[in-house]
Write a protein that binds this ligand. Structure first.
Ligand SMILES: NC(=O)C1=CN([C@@H]2O[C@H](COP(=O)(O)OP(=O)(O)OC[C@H]3O[C@@H](n4cnc5c(N)ncnc54)[C@H](O)[C@@H]3O)[C@@H](O)[C@H]2O)C=CC1
Ligand SMILES: N[C@@H](CC=O)C(=O)O
Ligand code: NA
Length: 435
């Protein structure tokens, strides 16, 4: 058998320890499939003394992750530290500059610096791979850039954050409290080091911008993702949605319009109402699902574990195996210089139904004020429910479902009601996903 491929592993948290366990447990099978053994030679993390439940005694330790790139006992660097800049980015740049291949699960860094790193890797003739960065263990990057390579893809959407999906589906099934379920998702290793990235939709936006670049062959535009998280979704919204025949899911959606001049790119992360009979309504726990629509393949659905040590490690090690087999590719579907510039598109043109929820003071005239704003903005109401809350603040919940109409009209109604005295919090509008 050929010489082992020597791996430096930076970061020994949820994913890093998962990678150690996987490489040790499946060593023989991996060596056969990779045509050579894969051997971790050196590791690095913040705290050397911490018990991580894995045996690290066979590996060298380096206090300085950034310096691992130039060590003679390293062929490939695997970065599992996290953060868009800082040590992760320094390590990526150092590794590529040293002429070595780089594997990462770091969507924040790829969303911000992916084009720069891809161009540098192509110039250096090394691999830059990040399958674990999008939808954890699901091979969606490989699926899109290889399996769907012949298609023009105009639309891609799905559930891209395991933590939010775990929170929403657990609250729905058990009625448990948001903060309590979030703490559990953190204990299970699903959440980011700063969980506001999960609950405010930023992590899903990182992933969506990477997927969109791959699916549409466009330049990464994380800056142009419209992002709303789940922190303002109330247990009352979940109950109301269920009564109406829907579940609530955080959906990332990207669409490309190539019909004229500079292609246009629409990217949005937002909680949506999903009808019970839609495939995404049955995606529970930390599972992710991605739907891609291509002009010849039709609709593809990728589904599987989007977070957690084992599934994420599986994607990281698959990238290492590709490199061991001699692959020098970069994770995008075409060379960085050929990725098209895309102009961000606004939501104005979109048509659909929406659920809108208001928390208001229980006093005369409030409902009239809300319905007048809807009338003035041209929003047609299909149904409206008013419910008291079990608190002493005198608040009630008003929830409505609109008829199909322009999203811009809903935005206009929200604008008219902005700062209205009778609202106790800004209203929350969620689109209802179609088939
Ligand atoms: N946890 C998950 O399910 C998934 C995580 N990811 C990504 O994988 C990466 C790692 O995530 P986790 O393992 O969950 O994080 P974690 O917080 O569990 O582990 C991070 C590791 O990096 C080390 N580290 C942090 N700052 C460091 C520094 N300045 N110098 C040296 N070491 C440092 C820590 O000591 C720790 O060992 C992140 O980019 C994350 O977004 C991607 C997919 C799924
Ligand atoms: N925090 C992320 C981890 C995987 O990418 C998530 O919850 O999906
Ligand atoms: Na993946």
């Amino acid at each position: 058998m050929a010489e082992p491929l020597k791996i430096a592993l930076a970061g020994l948290g949820t994913v890093g320890t998962g990678v150690v366990r996987l490489i040790e447990t499946n060593a023989e099978l991996i060596a056969r499939r990779a045509r050579r053994p894969i051997r971790i030679t050196v590791v690095s993390a913040r705290d050397r003394g911490k018990d991580r439940g894995v045996d690290l005694s066979g590996y060298a330790w380096d206090d300085d992750p950034a310096g691992m790139a130039t060590r003679p006992d390293v062929d490939v660097v695997v970065e599992l530290v996290g953060g868009s800049d800082g040590p992760a980015l320094t390590l990526a740049r150092n590794t590529i500059a040293a002429g070595k291949s780089f594997v990462t699960a770091n969507k924040a860094m790829i969303a911000h610096h992916g084009l720069e790193l891809a161009a540098a890797a192509e110039q250096a003739g090394v691999a830059l791979k990040f399958e674990a960065a999008v939808a954890g263990g699901i091979p969606v990057i490989k699926g899109l850039s290889e399996g769907a390579a012949a298609n023009e893809i105009e639309r891609i959407y799905g559930i891209l954050n395991g933590t939010c999906n775990y929170i929403l589906s657990t609250m729905e099934d058990t009625g448990r409290d948001f903060a309590d379920v979030l703490a559990e998702a953190q204990r299970l290793g699903y959440a980011e080091a700063d969980p506001t990235f999960d609950v405010e939709g930023v992590d899903a936006a990182h992933k969506l911008s990477i997927l969109a670049a791959i699916a549409f062959g466009g330049q990464l535009r994380f800056d142009a993702v419209e992002t709303t998280g789940i922190s303002r979704v109330l247990a009352a919204d979940i109950a109301q949605a269920r009564a109406l025949g829907y579940v609530i899911r955080l959906i990332g959606m990207a669409e490309a319009d190539f019909s004229q001049g500079t292609p246009r790119l629409f990217q949005r992360v937002r909680p949506h109402l999903v009808p019970f009979d839609h495939p995404l309504a049955h995606v529970d726990g930390a599972t992710n699902a991605v739907v891609a629509e291509g002009n010849f393949m039709g609709r593809l659905l990728f589904q599987g574990a989007g977070a957690g040590d084992g599934p994420t490690a599986s994607a990281v090690v698959a990238d290492i195996i590709d490199i061991a087999r001699g692959e020098k590719g970069v994770g995008f579907s075409m060379p960085a210089a050929e990725l098209r510039a895309m102009e961000p598109a606004t939501t104005g043109h979109r048509i659909g139904r929406a659920y809108i929820r208001f928390t208001v003071l229980d006093r005369p005239g409030v409902l009239a004020e809300i319905t007048a704003a809807m009338r003035d903005a041209g929003v047609s109401i299909e149904s409206l429910i008013q419910k008291g809350r079990d608190d002493e603040a005198g608040e009630v919940i008003v929830a409505m479902v609109t008829h199909e109409g322009p999203e811009s009209a809903v935005s206009e109604a929200m604008r008219i009601l902005e700062g209205a005295d009778s609202l106790t919090a800004p209203p929350l509008a969620m689109q209802i996903i179609g088939q």
